[in-house]
Design a protein around this ligand. Structure first.
Ligand SMILES: [Zn+2]
Length: 364
């Protein structure tokens, strides 16, 4: 009896979820907005209406132009992927599921079952992504979670303004990026969705828990690296280059002592500064930030009970409290109770260890 109850009630929800189409929704919402502006204009409510209508008509044309290119759509209970071809949509749907499998293995608490599938847009190239998503150059992918919003006309005093207004209590995830040969960025962005769920579990939950940018980015990189291990090695290379360490050739392996000396001139990483950053560094420093984050989360995750520790740290607001959490964890797992100090030798050791040159790696 119980089984029948679930079948009857879950089936319609699953069908509804799969049918949602964000491309159509964006067209309908913009059309409705334009009619509403025109309707108010007839009553003399809007002063520069011709300009406003022209702006939104341009937006609408852009959305329609984009939609005419998105010919592929593949969806499951958790994700709906839109892409230029069906083949690409299906490939990225599989990628999303691989990230989810990998994530749920390490964080079984995640249980990603959104009320509506996370909406994923895969553009054909970087230019299209920037153009249609209104994204500044240099950004390669983004994701956000919010309650469903609609651009609506709001009256403020005697003036009208057009603002995004929440129209549903359900949490929506939207991810956009562009197609790449190795979907490293895509895996990174999908991990952000899942980390958001880990911190805000449930279909409606949008808490104001601010996770540390450093941990959040490091964790997203960690999962990309799990699926594409070369990515982690690239992150390490960035750090080695920044610090002038190049233990990559056989000759340099022989000079390990000299490298150790070179490295000893370098300061330990100021972890607390990194952990409390609430904005991205600019310029070349950003790569260093991501690379340090990757290495740090890699260390946390390989500790006994690592994922449990990372889950706890994600919702701890302050670096000092985080260190107290770490000490608690070290005590629980009979590790040396040294706080962050335990990390520094690990970091040095990983950065100093020459990458193994194995002919087998390069064999076809
Ligand atoms: Zn990120």
């Amino acid at each position: 009896m119980l089984l029948r109850f679930w079948l009857i009630f879950l089936l319609p929800i699953a069908l509804l979820a799969a049918e949602r189409n964000i491309l159509d929704e964006e067209v309908v919402n913009t059309q409705q907005l334009i009619s509403e502006i025109k309707r108010l204009d007839k009553r003399g409510g809007i002063s520069n209406s011709a300009e406003v209508v022209a702006h939104w008509q341009q937006e609408l044309a852009l959305i329609q132009q984009r939609n005419s290119r998105f010919k592929g759509r593949a969806a499951c209970r958790e994700f709906a992927v839109y892409a230029e071809t069906q083949e690409v949509a299906e490939r990225y749907l599989k990628e999303a599921q691989s990230v989810l499998d990998c994530y749920e293995k390490l964080f079984p608490r995640t249980h990603f079952l959104p009320a509506s599938p996370a909406q994923i847009l895969i553009y054909g190239n970087e230019q299209d992504y920037s153009k249609y998503e209104h994204i500044p150059a240099g950004i390669v992918g983004h994701t956000h979670a919010m309650r469903s919003k609609k651009m609506t006309i709001v009256k403020r005093g005697s003036l009208y303004s057009i603002e995004p207004v929440t129209n549903s209590n359900i949490k929506d995830h939207r991810l956009a990026t562009y197609r790449q040969d190795v979907p490293y960025v895509f895996a990174h962005e999908t991990s952000h969705i899942l980390t958001y769920e880990l911190v805000n579990p449930g279909r409606m939950s949008i808490t104001d828990v601010e996770t540390s940018l450093f941990l959040n980015e490091g964790l997203a990189e960690y999962f990309s690296a799990q699926l594409y291990p070369d990515g982690f090695e690239k992150r390490l290379e960035v750090l080695r280059e920044t610090y002038g360490i190049t233990p990559q050739t056989i000759e340099s392996q022989l000079k390990e002592v000299a490298l150790e000396e070179q490295f000893s001139k370098m300061r330990d990483i100021p972890l607390e500064d990194y952990l409390k950053r609430d904005a991205y560094p600019s310029g070349a420093e950003i790569l260093q930030f991501y690379s340090e984050a990757t290495l740090f989360v890699q260390w946390l995750m390989q500790l006994p009970g690592g994922p449990e520790l990372v889950s706890a740290l994600l919702v701890t607001p302050d670096p000092q409290q985080m260190e107290a959490q770490l000490r608690h964890h070290q005590r629980k797992y009979n590790l040396p109770v040294t706080g962050w100090a335990q990390y520094q030798p690990y970091r040095k050791q990983v950065l100093l260890t020459p990458r193994k040159i194995q002919a087998a790696d390069h064999a076809p």
